[in-house]
Design a protein around this ligand. Structure first.
Ligand code: LRH
Length: 456
């Protein structure tokens, strides 16, 4: 994406889109990192002259470099099952409180820390660990660093001090020497290597550290006008929460499985990972990728509150036969499984809206941060049915958009670092269309459905 900064608005354009297709090889699900890097080089070449570059991506995954700076193996996908059972073992050994009071991180089986514990062999040969955006930055610039918003998803970052959690690393036998110095969003991250400059036609272009965790960039671009908002960064995942000045590290927060990820400018992204549109995407894949708009229209007409699932159930995490897993979940919980795509889609969307309601209720209760409006950003902002259900299920107004929030947050942090922008959210508000949804429909039916779900 390129962003052009005007005096009163930002104009985003897509210059190059490429698929991100994970590859299973010898039983392990990998990211095709070289193909992603090639896509970046192609995109830079097509972009033409730019003032700066910033990279954000999904969190938790990493590459390891050996002593000569070469990548040891292909980064493994967080949906691979190599870390299955590892979290339980590590938590039993170290203690959930001991981990949470340092990292403030939600307990998810794929957090970097558990992946590393499952990757001992590579760890022995590793000199440097780079999270995905840091690895791509290194290939572009030769500069090594760890951007904080993404570092905060490792489980090895201390949210109290804003530094790596070295005592925790030593307790786990993970060498602290592999973790590079931290970089804050807005700080320099090198300039293009001469070879990259030649290949892309871009010379002396600086790379700027942005909020390199895509969710942090998306939250930075939430077009909120005041502090009393919640957000749902809605894509493959739905990241549901509030922005706070400081982390919440209480026992209640830990047992409610809330995360304290680092946000832009020292804020805390206090949120829960809800499984998100992944469940729908995997259903579509299983059905041979039919047109979504037709299915959503059919789902809108389908009977409300048939079967309900808990989207956060671990059986929905790996890729595979999602309609079959939904049916199996329904059977286990004594429900009639939805029959046919329209009913399945209705079940998934209502269940997501209920999971949002639960996460938002928990966020407000645990943080004491009052909420007047929900901002939905990311691809899910296009899904009118889900946006309306979210307003209905929560009883709160929803403001949907922008879809490309992560790209906007990324670009505007670069622009701010160069003195071109002062208030990121204000510029997004001026630039992007927002669709409003008011709560309507039967609130008691949503409350009853929430009660049914909590009984599973
Ligand atoms: C969303 C996301 C999310 C992480 C997950 C691994 O893309 O970065 O915030 O938890 O991917």
């Amino acid at each position: 994406m390129t962003a052009r900064i005007h005096a009163d608005r930002v104009e985003l354009s897509e210059v190059h889109r490429f698929a991100n297709r994970p590859v299973r090889a010898a039983g392990t699900l990998h990211w095709d990192i070289l193909s992603l890097y090639q896509g970046i080089l192609d995109g830079l070449r097509k972009a033409g002259p730019v003032g700066s570059i910033g990279i954000d991506s999904w969190a938790v995954d990493y590459g390891l470099l050996d002593s000569s700076g070469r990548l040891i193996g292909n980064p493994v996908h967080y949906r691979d099952d190599r870390s299955s059972g590892v979290m339980e073992r590590v938590v039993a050994e170290v203690g959930a409180s001991a981990m949470y009071e340092v990292s403030g991180l939600q307990f998810l089986p794929f957090n970097t820390v558990y992946q590393l514990m499952a990757d001992r062999g590579s760890l022995e040969r590793a000199e440097t660990l780079l999270m995905i955006p840091d690895l791509l930055t290194y290939w572009l610039t030769a500069s090594i660093g760890a951007e904080v918003t993404n570092a905060s998803t490792t489980g090895l970052y201390d949210v109290r001090t804003g530094d790596w959690a070295r005592p925790l690393m030593s307790r786990l036998g993970i060498p602290d020497t592999i973790f590079p110095p931290l970089r804050r969003p807005g700080s320099p991250a090198g300039t293009l290597r001469p070879g990259v400059a030649t290949e892309t036609g871009l010379t002396s272009v600086p790379v700027i550290a942005v909020a390199s965790h895509d969710t942090a960039s998306a939250v930075a671009a939430v077009p909120a006008a005041g502090p009393r908002f919640a957000y749902i960064s809605s894509g493959t995942w739905s990241l549901v929460g509030v922005e706070l000045p400081a982390p919440v590290l209480t026992d209640e927060s830990r047992t409610a499985n809330f995360t304290n990820e680092a946000g832009l400018d020292g804020t805390t992204r206090y949120l829960r990972n809800v499984m998100g549109l992944w469940i729908l995407q995997e259903c579509l894949r299983a059905w041979g990728d039919p047109e979504l708009s037709g299915l959503l229209a059919a789902a809108e007409r389908a009977r409300p509150f048939g079967a309900l699932i808990d989207p956060d159930h671990p059986s929905f995490l790996p890729p595979g036969d999602m309609p079959g897993r939904i049916a199996a979940y329904c059977e286990r919980t004594g429900q009639r499984a939805p029959s046919g795509p329209a009913e399945v889609v209705r079940c998934v969307l209502e269940s997501l809206a209920l999971a949002y309601r639960r996460a938002l209720g928990d966020a407000v209760r645990l943080s004491g941060h009052d909420v007047k409006v929900i901002h939905i950003v990311g691809g899910g902002a296009r899904n009118a049915l889900l946006c309306q259900m979210t307003a209905d299920a929560t009883g709160l107004p929803v403001q949907a958009g922008p879809v490309e929030a992560a790209a906007l947050g990324n670009a505007l942090v670069q622009a701010r670092a160069q003195g071109l922008v002062s208030d990121i959210r204000e510029l997004v508000r001026r630039s992007e269309p927002i669709t409003a949804y008011e709560p309507s429909g039967d609130q008691t039916a949503w409350s009853a459905a929430a009660g049914r779900l909590s009984g599973h």
